[in-house]
Design a protein around this ligand. Structure first.
Ligand code: SF4
Ligand code: SF4
Length: 357
């Protein structure tokens, strides 16, 4: 008799139901209304009459085990033992009685966790992995976020922006990262430096050639060894060749620079989702506090807060006043690098499925 086929192991996202607060589980998909009694607190009322209060707090994002234990102790002692993390790594505690809200907030503040991030605030910045986990970052995205959120703390705990503000940070321009009202990412400005002694041993050369979006890489022989060379007139310094071929080093402390983009949005609320646009480039990659990046972001937020109408996201505000006015009001220089909107990039980037030499 044939053996029964082995069933595949399911390794996808786990079922959330076992981890839900009992009030959320009981009233799943059956909520009547909600409001925000104060910044950082959501209040939901179900058709059954059940109520639940959610308290949102910011963390330093990259957490050690002691911090996680501390947060779990707070959940056990002050919040009925249930937590969840938002997509931006805020932690949320749920309680089913209003009387538990203030003691929970007091404890979080006492332990140094700001309560906020809801409504029209600057919520926690989402960021990519940076030096901690990735092998190709040009900066430490989580460090830049920590430094910036330290300075934007007041905008996290208040809801005083015209609309919600979602910031994102990426430590390269080719892989993870996302659209944001303000997006901070890193750009390389010089072609890769090639260690010809190592390329032949380390890199699968055809796949490196195929990765270049502008067909700037071709096989070569240097000192009798097989290697690769780059046509620097074509190279757009994207960094796509570096991950599959580390001897093509493109990270550079001086020439890898921060850039800031504005006006991206994922949601469909009130207007269509949009791509963000470049507004500042060539900003120094200056750890551990990246003060030049913080200065530009804070300036954009200040002008947006003063000038936008209620409920306008940053991109909607810039579209209404016009991008020339955006540059005037923020005082950011408008240069030739801002002109291309990449609509014709299929042709100008020489993109093709063919490998050319
Ligand atoms: S953005 Fe790029 S460098 Fe940063 S974690 Fe993602 S792949 Fe790595
Ligand atoms: S950095 Fe980008 S454009 Fe330049 S050679 Fe590498 S893959 Fe091609």
């Amino acid at each position: 008799m044939a053996e029964a086929p082995r069933m595949p192991d399911e390794t996808g996202v786990p079922e959330i139901e076992p981890y839900l607060h009992p009030v959320l589980k009981k009233n799943y998909g059956n909520w009547k209304w909600h409001d925000r009694p104060r910044p950082g607190v959501l209040h939901h009322v179900a058709h059954s009459g059940d109520e639940v209060w959610t308290v949102r707090a910011g963390t330093q994002r990259q957490m050690d085990v002691y911090t996680i234990r501390k947060l779990m102790d707070i959940a056990d002692d002050f919040a009925e033992g249930y937590v969840r993390f938002t997509i931006r790594s805020n932690i949320e505690f749920m309680v089913s009685e209003e009387s538990k809200v203030q003691p929970l907030i007091d404890k979080l503040l006492e332990e140094g966790f700001p309560v906020g991030g809801t409504g029209n605030s600057v919520s926690m910045i989402s960021h990519t992995q940076g030096w901690l986990h990735c092998d190709i970052p040009a900066t430490d995205a989580s460090g830049a976020v920590k430094a910036l959120m330290d300075e934007l703390h007041e905008e996290f705990v208040r809801e005083e922006m015209p609309n919600r503000v979602r910031l994102t940070t990426s430590c390269c321009q080719i892989n993870c990262g996302g659209q944001g009202d303000i997006a901070i990412n890193i750009q390389h400005t010089k072609p890769p430096k090639i260690n010809h002694d190592q390329v032949g041993n380390v890199c699968e050369r055809p796949s490196v050639v195929a990765r270049c979006p502008v067909a700037a890489i071709r096989p070569a022989v240097v000192n009798g060894k097989p290697t690769l060379e780059v046509d620097e007139r074509k190279c757009i310094c994207c960094g796509a060749c570096f991950p599959p071929c580390p001897p093509m080093q493109i990270n550079d402390p001086e020439h890898s620079k921060f850039a800031i983009w504005v006006g991206g949005k994922n949601s469909n609320a009130r207007s269509k989702p949009t791509f963000h646009k470049l507004v500042a480039a060539g900003i120094p990659n200056n750890p551990p506090r990246w003060p030049e990046v913080s200065a530009v972001v804070k300036n954009i937020l200040r002008v947006y807060k003063e000038d936008a109408k209620d409920y306008e996201r940053i991109g909607e505000w810039a579209e209404r006043i016009g991008w020339p006015r955006f540059f005037e009001k923020t005082g950011l220089p408008f240069t030739k690098y801002h002109i291309d909107n990449w609509r014709g990039s299929r042709a100008t980037l020489n993109a093709s499925a063919h490998i050319r030499f």
